[in-house]
Write a protein that binds this ligand. Structure first.
Ligand code: NA7
Length: 579
C-alpha cells in the first residue's frame, strides 16, 4: 500500500535529475521541496488526470499529480451510491491508448457499475505504475501564475506548495456536489447522504424509512436499489426526467471477444463521431438504419417501429432514434409523447404516472437518464412520490421534511441534488493568471475558453473537457484522450519553438465562444433549465457550456488548428533578461 505521508516515500539521496546516466524513474524529486519545479502539475487523478500522467511520463516529463481523494478514480471514487452505473457501454467507456489493456480487461456487464469501473481505474493505475506520482488527500486550493518565472505555483489544503511551468486541470465536470438550499436542512438530525459523497463502507437501508430529494440521473439509479431495502422510500421530485431503460445484462463473452477483435475500428468510429460514443456495442447495424430519419418523413407506424426498436435496445442512444429530435420542436414533442406513453404503460397509478411525465423541457435537453426498473419501482407498495410542483418543500426539521401539504419523518435522508457542473471545481480554487486576474473574475459572465482547453490570460494552464468542448455531451473517455493528446501536441509545439509560454489569443477565444453559442442556439438545448446551462446553481450565469457539434466536428477543428501552426494559440519566447 502506497504511503500517503508527504515525506514517507521521498528518496534517501538526491539524484541530479538531468543526469543522462540515471534512468528517469530513479530521478525522484523531493516532492515537498518548493524550490524544485516539476515540468507539469496535474490536478485530479480521475480518468483525465491519470491519462495525462501516463502520457507525460511516457514523453519524459516530471509530473506531480494532486488528488483530493485518498485514491484514484475521480467521479467513480466519490459516487458510490447504490445503483451507480455508467450510461455509456463498458466496451466503449474505457481507455483506447493501450491495445494490451483493452484486450486483457474483461468487462462483465453491458453497462459497468461503479465498483467495476473503479477496479478498472485502479488496475490502470497500477499497470502503468502511476500511483507513486500522485499525492492523495490534497485538494489544490490555489494556482497562481508567476509572470516573471513563467510558472504556476500551487498550494494544497495540506500545506504543500509546488511549481511547474505547465498546469493541467483535470478536475472533472461533475465533481462538486450541490447541497440543496432547503431551509433548515442543517436541522435534520438523522443520517444524511449526498450521492456525490457516498460513504465508502456503504449504507444499509434495511427496515428504514428513507427520503430522497431529486430525480436526476443519480436518484433514478439509486431509487430502485434503495426501494428494495427500505421499509418505505419517499421520493421528492421537483422536475420529472426522461429516462430510457438500460436493459443492462451480463456481457456475453463471445460477443465481447468478437467486439474486441475490431476494437480499433470501433474506437475510430467513436473518435470521428460516426457512431454514438455511448456505445453501439449491442446493435449492428443500429435500429432505424445507419442514418436516423427526420420525424416528419415518418408515418405513425414507422415512427412507432423506430422508437420501439430503440426503446427495446435501451440506452442514451434513444435521443438519436429520430434525427431531428434535438433541433425540431415538433419532432421532440412527438418523441416526448412516445416516452410519456411508455411511462403511463409502466406506472399503474395514473396520478403518479402523470407526475412522472416530463413536460417542462424537451427530451434530451437535460441529460437523458438510463435506468434499471426506475418507473416500475413506483408500482411498489413501499414507494411513494411527492410532487414538489404541487406541494413544495417548506422546510427541513429534526425528523424530516415538511411540504406545503404534509410532514414526512425519516430514519435517513438521501440528497441526490446534483453538481456545480463544469466550472464548479475550477472556480473552487483561487486561480490567478496574468496581472493577478482571478479566473472567477474572467468568468464572471460565464466561462470563456478557447476550444474548452485554454483561457486567455492564463498561460500554460490547460483544462480537460472544459466549457466549450464536447465534454459532458460525449463519451468522456473519447474526449479526455483527445484533449490530453492535443495538450501534449501544444507542449511539443512549445518545445519546437523554444517557447516558455503559450496562451489562447483573446480574439480566437471570443470567436470560439460565439461559435459554441451559435451551435447551441441552433438546437433545443438552451431551452431547458439544465446544469449544462448552469441553471441548477443559484446565481450562476446562464451559458450553455458544452460544445454541441459533436466529437467528430470538434476533432476536425482541433486537427485543423494544429495543422495551421496552432492557430489561435500564441507562443512566446523567454523575456530578455532585464525586462
Ligand atoms: P442532476 O441531474 O442535476 O439532478 C439533481 C436533482 O435534484 C434534480 O432532480 C433537481 O431538481 C433536484 N434538486 C436539486 N435541488 C433541489 C431542491 N432544493 N429541492 C428539490 N429538488 C432539488 O444531478 P444528478 O447527480 O442526478 O446527475 C448529474 C449527472 O451525473 C448526470 O446527468 C450524469 O451525467 C451523471 P430540478 O431538476 O433542479 O428541479
Amino acid at each position: 500500500m502506497q504511503s500517503q505521508s508527504p515525506t514517507a516515500d521521498a528518496p534517501d539521496f538526491e539524484v541530479p535529475f538531468d543526469d543522462p546516466e540515471v534512468p528517469f524513474d530513479d530521478c525522484e524529486v523531493p516532492f515537498d521541496d518548493p524550490e524544485v519545479p516539476f515540468d507539469v502539475i496535474v490536478v485530479g487523478a480521475g480518468f483525465a488526470g491519470l491519462y495525462a500522467l501516463h502520457r507525460l511520463r511516457e514523453s519524459g516529463h516530471r509530473v506531480r499529480v494532486y488528488e483530493a481523494g485518498d485514491s484514484v478514480g475521480g467521479t467513480w471514487y466519490w459516487n458510490r451510491y447504490p445503483g451507480a452505473r455508467c450510461d455509456a457501454e463498458s466496451l466503449a467507456y474505457s481507455f483506447s491508448f493501450s491495445p494490451e489493456l483493452e484486450q486483457e480487461w474483461e468487462w462483465t456487464e453491458r453497462y459497468a457499475g461503479q465498483p467495476e469501473i473503479l477496479r478498472y481505474i485502479e488496475h490502470v493505475t497500477d499497470r502503468f505504475e502511476l500511483r507513486q506520482h500522485i499525492r492523495f488527500n490534497r485538494k489544490v486550493t490555489s494556482a497562481h501564475w508567476d509572470e516573471h518565472a513563467r510558472e504556476w505555483r500551487l498550494t494544497t489544503d495540506a500545506g504543500d506548495t509546488a511549481r511547474a511551468p505547465v498546469c493541467i486541470m483535470a478536475t472533472g465536470c461533475l465533481s462538486v456536489p450541490k447541497v440543496p438550499d432547503i431551509p433548515g436542512i442543517g436541522d435534520y438530525e438523522g443520517p444524511k447522504y449526498l450521492t456525490g459523497r457516498w460513504p465508502h463502507e456503504g449504507v444499509d437501508f434495511s427496515g428504514l424509512r428513507v427520503g430522497i430529494v431529486g430525480t436526476g440521473s443519480s436518484a433514478i439509479q439509486a431509487i430502485p436499489v434503495i426501494a428494495e431495502q427500505a421499509e418505505h422510500l419517499t421520493v421528492f421530485q421537483r422536475t420529472p426526467n426522461f429516462s430510457i431503460p438500460a436493459h443492462n445484462r451480463p456481457l456475453d463473452p463471445d460477443f465481447a471477444r468478437a467486439y474486441k477483435e475490431h476494437y480499433r475500428e470501433h474506437r475510430r468510429l467513436y473518435q470521428l463521431g460516426l457512431s454514438s460514443g455511448f456505445g453501439d456495442t449491442q446493435i449492428q447495424p443500429s435500429p432505424g438504419g445507419p442514418a436516423a430519419e427526420q420525424v416528419m418523413a415518418l408515418d405513425d407506424a414507422d415512427f412507432e417501429r423506430i422508437c420501439d426498436d430503440y426503446w427495446a435496445t435501451g440506452g442514451a442512444r434513444f435521443t438519436g432514434a429520430i434525427a431531428d429530435t434535438l433541433i425540431n420542436e415538433a419532432a421532440n414533442a412527438r418523441v416526448s409523447a412516445y416516452v410519456h406513453k411508455k411511462i403511463r404503460s409502466i406506472v399503474r397509478d395514473p396520478k403518479t404516472a402523470d407526475a412522472l411525465c416530463p413536460h417542462s423541457h424537451p427530451l434530451g435537453t437535460k441529460r437523458i437518464c438510463v435506468d434499471t426498473n426506475y418507473f416500475e419501482t413506483y408500482n411498489r407498495a413501499n414507494v411513494s412520490l411527492v410532487d414538489l410542483q404541487e406541494t413544495p418543500i417548506e422546510t427541513a426539521n429534526p425528523t424530516g421534511l415538511r411540504t406545503t401539504a404534509d410532514s414526512y419523518a425519516f430514519d435517513a435522508l438521501v440528497l441526490a441534488t446534483g453538481f456545480d457542473a463544469m466550472t464548479g471545481a475550477l472556480l473552487g480554487m483561487d486561480i490567478r493568471g496574468e496581472g493577478d486576474v482571478a479566473l472567477a473574475d474572467a468568468w464572471a459572465e460565464g466561462p470563456r475558453a478557447y476550444l474548452g482547453l485554454m483561457v486567455s490570460g492564463f498561460p500554460n494552464l490547460f483544462t480537460v473537457t472544459g466549457p466549450g468542448s464536447p465534454s459532458v455531451l460525449s463519451n468522456m473517455l473519447v474526449s479526455i484522450e483527445q484533449h490530453i493528446e492535443f495538450i501534449l501536441d501544444v507542449m511539443a509545439a512549445m518545445a519546437e519553438r523554444d517557447a516558455t509560454q503559450v496562451d489562447a489569443e483573446a480574439e480566437a477565444q471570443e470567436a470560439w465562444v460565439a461559435h459554441v453559442r451559435e451551435v447551441a442556439d441552433a438546437t433545443l438545448m438552451p431551452k431547458a433549465g439544465s446544469w449544462y446551462m448552469g441553471a441548477n446553481v443559484p446565481g450562476k450565469p446562464r451559458v450553455f457550456m458544452p460544445y454541441a457539434a459533436g466529437v467528430g466536428v470538434y476533432r476536425e477543428v482541433c486537427e485543423d488548428v494544429a495543422a495551421n501552426g496552432f492557430r489561435g494559440f500564441r507562443f512566446d519566447a523567454p523575456t530578455p533578461a532585464g525586462n
